[in-house]
Structures are given as C-alpha cells and as structure tokens.
Ligand binder design. Structure first.
Ligand SMILES: [Zn+2]
Length: 542
C-alpha cells in the first residue's frame, strides 16, 4: 500500500506513477524516482527502481504520483527577498490606474500609522498615468499629511515623495544636484516629489525601516510563499552597505538573510551589492563549501544603468517617444571597471545590471578588457536583464562566455507601451531570448520580485507566447523550462547538484497536474502546482 508523503527523509522514497521530465542532456522522460537523505539515487522505470532498491537492500516508502508531471525544482536566479517583505506591510498600488485609486489605497494604510512611521506605496505603473501625469506631493499630502510617504514606480527606479518625506530629506524647498539622478521641479522650481535613479537614494537614506522583529516576520512570511510556485532555490540580491535600491535602510539585508536562511524552505545563492568587493566579501567567495550548501556566497552585483519605464536605461539612440533622452550610465565606466577588476581578482562572479543597448555594449567592452587583462576560463560572469541588445553584442556575449539572467514577465508588464518607447527598429531585439539561445548563451530566468510576480509557470508561458510582443523571439516549451532549471543551475555554478533530475543530484522537484508540453501555450500559466519538494522534503502541497 502506498503511504502518504509525510516529507520524512530518513528512509528512501520511491516516487512512481509519474511522468518525470528529467531535463538531462538527453531529455530523458522517466516513470519513477528513488531518493533518500535529500539526494536522488535512481531515475528510470518503476521496475528498474524496485530492482535498484532490492540490490541496495533498501526499503522505501512509496508515493503514488497519480500520473502527475515532475520537473526539476524551479530556480529563480534574481529576486530581492528582503524587499518582498515590504509588500506584507505597505500599500500595493499595482492595480491603481488613476490618482483617485492611489489616494484611496494610501488612505487605507495611512490610518494605522503612528507618529514618525514611514509608509510606502509600491508597484505604481507609471505608464497608466501618461495621460494625467503622476500624482505629486500635494495630492499625496491630502491623504498622508503628517507621516513620510514614498510611492515607488514599479521598476523601482523612480519614486514620488510627499511633503513630509521631502522635509526629512531636506528637499522640500529646492532640489539638490545629484550625479546619475533627477529631481523634478514645478514651475516655481520646487521639487514635485518625483525623484529618479540616484535621487531616490536622497529620500530613502532617511527611510525609517520597520523594526527588526517586524521585518523578520514579514520576510519569512513572504519567502515561505515561494514554494507555492514550485521554487526550490533563489538567487538573492542583497545589499551589504547603503548602495542599492533601499539606500541606507538596506544595509542589514545580507546579515538578515544569513540569520533567516536556516528557517527558509529554499536554498539561497547570494548576490551581494556593495561599493567595494573586498569589503563585501572580507574572506573572499565561499567556493569550498559550495557543493550542496544551502547558503552560498560568490556573486557580486553592480548597477550600470536604469530602466525602460523610467527612460533611464542607457541607449545608443534616443527613445522613440522621447527622442531627446538616451538614458544614462548610473556608474561611470572607470568605476564600473574598478569594481569588476576587484571582484574578478577575488574570484567572485560578477553580475551587472544592464537594460539599455548602450549599457550592454559598455559592459561587454569592459568584460572584454577584463578577460584580456586577466584571462579566466569558467568565470560565468553575468549580465542581469540585457533587455535591449544589438545583434553584434549577442555574438560578443557568446564569445566572451557571458551568462544572462532575464525576466520574461517584464514582457507581459511592458508589452502595452514598449513598442512606442523603443520604436519598430529595436523591438525585434528586445528581450531577444530566442537569439540568445541560438547563439548558445546560457540564459536563465528570474522574476526580479518584487518587480514581477514569482509565478514561474506564468513566466514560462510568456516565453512561449511572448504575449504578442516581438514573436520572432518565441521559445520552445523545453527552452523556457530550461531557463528555470538546468540553465539557472549553470549560471549559479550549481549544475552538479541541481537543475536536472539525475542520480546524485538534489531531490528538488515540482509536481504539476499537467505536462506543459501538452497544453496550449496560453494555458501553461494555469497548470496547477501539486507539490514542491526540496531536498526530499515537501515544502508546498496544494
Ligand atoms: Zn533586480
């Protein structure tokens, strides 16, 4: 008689009556799997599995997979775990499409504030306000007059502050000069509350974060939701000092993550943001304990430009709807290169945020120089996003061995306005996943959450359908799954332990009620996650 799956890993488990898409090199499809102590011992047919158990002299608890489809556990290679917690305590504005929507959603949260508390509004879709313009400080003051209030646009690169927040930042009367950022002003020269790129830090450096206890609880709560999307591993973007999207309030992120990690149902590949790699990694990368560790330290993140939504992505040519603007580098090439050389010298994996085509070109120029001066075979240095690229740069990425972390759900969020922003010439080379695959570049998927939803199946669907955007860049279902499994493991140096279901690897898997290859592309996102198992233990069950 099959026993119910209790998640007990002390004895061997035989999972049978399943369709296992192993995602190995041969794309083996199997019917049964044996695992024990979190490690897979056998993948193949049911009779073979029973024979293997016999030979090994092992008894196993038996789990009937009821014909469900099993894939390797999903790996989200780029998300901001501590920022996820903010949604637990602040106003979610993702559905707001008018200034009235914004003020009523803010009013709902403002009543609970105590003196001195800050309130955040999150995920405002700037494009929905192209007709009316964004709300300004005075509109926000009407619903939140006394407490500092900051509303973030959905790309996280622009914010709107109310007067109380501007006062705290000493920006209420006049703007300040800021390199790599903009403070918008009204006709009298007073700040409107809208700050972009580096200017957001002038406000957020004063942000009073929730207390440590509240932050921990909210973060745990937010991260524990990830296995519901089949996620067993994450690449965690974390601040280590005041540089990064949360400014000074984010400097405890990496320490907090290390404290929380033992209680999390995921393994974590840390990607640290910092000004100086040597200070960020005082004892260098943690390669020794790499194999099968649940918390790894070996990647260093650098920002090179902004976003398409804010017109701050660094472009070779002006935006189609704002021809006078070409965005900008948020860090000059000299400083970028200084950090790259230092990180490379320490043996770290470099991850550079580059969205605009010129930012990508700049990064590749610098990677080329770096690898010429300091050759290294298996560096797997990354570009995060690589949203708009030129075809020549795709060849260069392949030649230099650059890996990519891309965000398919950006397409869904941006498809409505992106063609107008970029113009017809650049659309075919925007989120050009197919071209990346064709060039042999290791491309992995991610959510960049809280920017996008952490639904991996929705992202896989989007890779296959493209939501009608630049459809020449559609991926096959297999390629889209690879982005969240084998390719994701590779770009985190984890292909020996994760990313495929094979003997010797971690028992990290997700069980789906349908095979994504056998539903209509537009129905992939509707497939139900039946169970998520990480290291042999059930972390989610529907
Ligand atoms: Zn990010």
């Amino acid at each position: 008689m099959p026993q119910p799956d209790t998640g007990n890993t002390s004895e061997a488990t035989l999972l049978f009556n399943v369709e296992i898409l192993s995602m190995d090199d041969d794309r083996t499809v199997a019917k049964a799997m044996v695992y024990q102590h979190g490690i897979i011992h056998f993948v193949g047919g049911e009779a073979g599995a029973r024979h293997w158990l016999n030979e090994a002299g092992l008894s196993a608890r038996e789990v009937d997979g009821r014909g469900n489809c099993v894939l390797p556990g999903f790996i989200d290679t780029h998300l901001h775990p501590i920022l996820l917690s903010i949604f637990e305590v602040n106003a979610d504005l993702s559905d707001a499409s008018s200034i009235d929507d914004v003020t009523s959603l803010i009013a709902g949260k403002a009543t609970a504030l105590e003196a001195g508390d800050w309130l955040l509004g999150l995920q405002l879709d700037e494009q929905r306000f192209s007709g009316t313009g964004l709300p300004d400080r005075h509109m926000l003051d009407q619903v939140c007059p006394d407490n500092p209030l900051v509303i973030f646009c959905r790309d996280g690169h622009s914010l709107i502050a109310n007067s109380a927040a501007l006062h705290v930042a000493d920006l209420a009367e006049a703007p300040k000069d800021i390199n790599g950022g903009t403070i918008e002003v009204d006709e009298k020269g007073r700040p409107t509350g809208i700050c972009r790129e580096a200017a957001t830090g002038l406000v957020m450096m004063h942000f009073k974060p929730p207390g440590e206890a509240q932050l921990k609880t909210a973060t745990l709560h937010a991260i524990r939701k990830l296995p519901a999307h089949g996620i067993t591993s994450i690449g965690a973007i974390l601040q280590t000092d005041s540089e990064g999207p949360s400014g000074a309030s984010g400097q405890r992120e990496s320490a907090l993550m290390a404290e929380l990690a033992p209680d999390l149902p995921l393994s974590i590949y840390n990607i640290f943001i910092g000004t100086t790699p040597a200070d960020t990694f005082p004892s260098g990368p943690d390669k020794a304990s790499d194999a099968f560790a649940d918390l790894k330290y070996r990647a260093f993140k650098i920002f090179s430009d902004g976003t398409l939504g804010s017109c701050t992505a660094c472009m070779h040519h002006g935006f189609f709807d704002h021809p006078e603007q070409t965005g900008y580098l948020t860090l000059g090439p000299d400083e970028l290169y200084r950090r790259m050389v230092e990180a490379h010298g320490l043996g770290l994996q470099i991850c550079i945020h580059a969205i605009g085509d010129k930012a990508v070109t700049t990064c590749l120029d610098l990677y080329e120089k770096l690898l010429e001066e300091y050759p290294c075979k298996d560096h797997r240095h990354r570009i995060e996003h690589a949203s708009v690229v030129t075809s020549g740069d795709i060849e260069r990425m392949a030649k230099l061995g650059i890996a990519l972390s891309c965000q398919p759900l950006f397409i869904r969020s941006e498809a409505g306005w992106l063609p107008q922003r970029l113009g017809p010439d650049r659309v075919p080379m925007t989120y050009p996943f197919r071209s990346f695959f064709d060039a042999g570049i290791p491309v992995a998927g991610s959510s960049d959450a809280p920017i996008e939803s952490t639904s991996v199946l929705a992202a896989i669907e989007c890779c296959v359908t493209r939501d009608g955007f630049s459809t020449g860049q559609k991926l096959s279902v297999d390629q889209a799954i690879a982005m969240y499994t084998r390719n994701a493991a590779f770009i985190q140096f984890e292909e020996a332990e994760k990313g495929t279901l094979e003997a010797g690897k971690r028992a990290d898997f997700v069980m789906l009620d349908k095979n994504p290859h056998r539903v209509l592309p537009e129905d992939i996102g509707k497939i139900c996650i039946v169970r998520t198992v990480r290291g042999g233990e059930t972390t989610y069950e529907s």
